[in-house]
Design a protein around this ligand. Structure first.
Ligand code: DMJ
Length: 651
């Protein structure tokens, strides 16, 4: 019989054995046909099983995922009834958000329309993705930027949305308009001042709009460290009330629009608390009181909230600078022993009292009253206030006292706190009187040539030098004359006149008829600058400010005359085609420019000049108190109203 060929069990051929005793003992090399058939059957059953398992396994995926390269598009997956697979059928509840025809009971028609919709969405998404892929990198970036801008705009709108402030009785706002001066020569001068304001504003509008200040020669925007690295439109805010008072209403509206749309204090900028308070909060509050436009009040309050973290010091004496975004504060690196500056932390009172008045928030009032109380408890060398106070230790720094820079407006605000309270804040008045008495005793002297000057006290020694900034004190003495103790009104009015005269001399003894930054009364020198770095004039207002107060209290025509001399000199030597610039040397007949149009030129210098040639009915001093940046705030006739927080001060 022929041996059936067995299928090889391996690839190895089984060797044929030599014939022997029994034919049954040798191995077969092939399988029988029936065996082969059985094996084939087993193999095909196994393949069928695997194949079936692949198709009949339950499908748990809820979404098909389409990776389009740019983004993942997730499309809800709907089982077709033909497929006969229903999520949830297996007793496992369908996931939230998944669409199951069985569990939701959606009818055939609905399913169809849903499927169409999904198909359409899917196609649209694919189309968009394709378009995106076709776009250049620049186009995509531009699109993203536009989206971002839109979000920012929406955010701004939400932030600037009117947060209602509690209603308070509006103080009496009187004398904000006047007619033309009846005397033609006065009218002509006043018109000239208005024209100068127009030139300063229009130039800034054209070349520096939105920046803090203007470079009138370079014809571009400018800023300084007092504003941090911000673009807060300082000139717009500082100039608003001058525009209003001068009747430049179109320009005022322009400024208001910019503020509404652009003034945003949520910026990462480290600003001077003092400068921002006197220029921005003062400027915004004055614009609010003059125009009644709520936006100015809201912006002032928004900014004030940003300044409050500056008071978070161990003593409550604020830092000189604060970051508007983070609220982190610090002091100027140059200030003696990490100190805060008297003229900075002492020049917040007027604005902060108004903020509490307008908002009902006691925090502002309490902060400034706390400073006052703390100072009242401190020993003062010779009755004088040193310019430096350490906010950590509460101790004085270097014993340097001045009525010019670093000290000036601290004294001014004591007097003005009293005036602004309708003369009810007698504590402020008493503090002012005591301070001025010590200043007169130690700092005010007559020069050999008979000029009254205010020197600076440095560690027990009087420096016979007066700064341009100290010239404001002539006006302060005149303003404080009425109400001074021991019937010394005449004395203080006279003192104001003497300071005005000295400061006028400092102008008159120069080539340009503009005053230097600082002048000496020493070694035969009388009201002249010695050092090169004290010979500049940067459009400062203090001398003209004093002329105006003296004019209001005496009506002596010399003050108008002196004011006009200064206005002409400014127009002649500081005016350039792109605005007004400071000059570096008032003793040189060929002026070199510093190329800065300071915001206070529009806020103060031009405003005081304009008022000097206006009637006393415009911004009457019985109703208005000018802050140190010449922003008028109304006298608060509080009567029976108690300011929130005026109970015992606390921090
Ligand atoms: C103004 O910003 C204010 O008057 C401040 O009090 C000191 N000086 C400048 C202008 O000179």
């Amino acid at each position: 019989m022929t041996t059936p060929a067995l299928l090889p069990l391996s690839g190895r051929r089984i060797p044929t054995l030599s014939p022997g005793a029994s034919s049954f003992t040798h191995h077969r090399a092939t399988l029988r046909l029936s065996e082969k058939f059985i094996l084939l059957l087993i193999l095909s059953a196994f393949i069928t099983l695997c194949f079936g398992a692949f198709f009949f396994l339950p499908d748990n995926s809820k979404h098909k995922r389409f990776d389009l390269g740019l983004e993942d598009v997730l499309i809800p997956h709907i089982d077709s009834p033909k497929e006969g697979k229903h999520q949830g059928d297996d007793g496992v509840p369908a996931e939230r958000g998944s669409v199951s025809t069985a569990s939701s009971g959606i009818c055939q028609e609905e399913q169809e329309s849903l499927r169409d919709k999904i198909r359409a969405d899917h196609e649209r998404a694919l189309q968009e993705a394709k378009e995106k892929l076709r776009k250049s990198r620049e186009e995509l970036q531009a699109e993203i930027q536009t989206e971002k801008n839109k979000v920012m705009e929406d955010l701004k709108k939400t932030n600037a949305g009117p947060k209602p402030l509690p209603p308070v009785p509006m103080p009496r706002v009187v004398g904000i308009n006047d007619g033309e001066p009846p005397e033609p020569d006065v009218k002509e001068k006043r018109d000239k001042i208005r024209e100068m304001m127009k030139h300063a504003w229009d130039s800034y509008r054209q070349y520096g709009w939105g920046y803090n200040e203007l470079k009138p020669l370079a014809k571009k925007g400018h800023s300084t460290n007092i504003f941090g690295n911000s673009q807060l439109g300082a000139t717009i805010v500082d100039a608003l009330d001058t525009l209003y008072i001068m009747g430049l209403h179109e320009e005022f509206k322009d400024g208001q629009e910019w503020i509404e749309q652009n003034l945003d204090f949520s910026v990462n900028a480290e600003v001077s608390v003092f400068e921002v308070n006197i220029r921005f909060i003062g400027g915004l509050l004055a614009a609010y009181y003059l125009s009644g436009q709520e936006v100015f009040k809201l912006k002032a309050v928004q900014l004030a909230e940003k300044l409050l973290p500056a008071f978070n010091t161990p003593t409550g004496i604020p830092w000189a600078m604060v970051n508007l975004k983070s609220g982190v504060g610090r002091n100027w690196g140059w200030a003696s022993a990490g100190s805060s500056i008297l003229a900075e932390f002492g020049t917040l009172h007027m604005e902060f009292v108004h903020l509490t008045y307008l908002t009902g928030n006691p925090a502002y009032y309490q902060k400034v009253m706390h400073i006052r109380k703390l100072l009242a408890k401190m020993d003062r060398p010779n009755g004088l206030y040193p310019n430096y106070l350490n906010p950590r230790t509460g101790r004085w720094g270097q014993h340097h006292t001045s009525v010019g820079g670093l000290g000036d407006s601290f004294y001014e605000y004591l007097l003005k706190a009293w005036l602004m309270s309708d003369k009810t804040d007698t504590e402020a008045r008493k503090t002012y009187d005591d301070a001025i008495e010590a200043i007169e005793r130690h700092l005010i002297r007559k020069s050999n040539g008979g000029l009254t000057f205010i020197g600076e006290w440095k560690n027990g020694h009087l420096e016979r030098k007066m700064g341009h900034l100290a010239c404001f004190a002539g006006g302060m003495f005149a303003l404080g004359a009425d109400g001074s103790p021991d019937d010394k009104a005449g004395h203080y009015l006279q003192l104001g006149a003497e300071i005005a005269h000295t400061c006028h001399e400092s102008y008159d003894r120069t080539v340009l008829k503009l005053g230097p930054e600082a002048f000496k009364f020493d070694s035969g020198l009388e009201a002249v600058a010695v050092r090169q770095n004290e010979k500049y004039y940067i459009l400062r207002p203090e001398v003209i400010e004093t002329y105006w107060y003296m004019w209001r209290f005496t009506h002596d025509p010399k003050y108008r005359q002196w004011g006009w001399e200064a206005a002409q000199a400014i127009d002649k030597y500081c005016r350039v085609s792109g605005g007004f610039s400071g000059v570096k040397d008032v003793y040189s007949s060929t002026p070199t420019y510093d190329d800065v149009q300071q915001s206070f030129f529009l806020a103060e210098t031009l405003k005081y000049l304009y008022l000097l040639f206006s009637s006393d009915d415009l911004m009457p001093l019985e109703s208005w108190v000018f802050n140190t940046e010449a922003h008028p705030l109304p006298v608060l006739h509080l009567g029976n109203i108690t300011l929130p927080g005026s109970e015992p001060a606390q921090r």
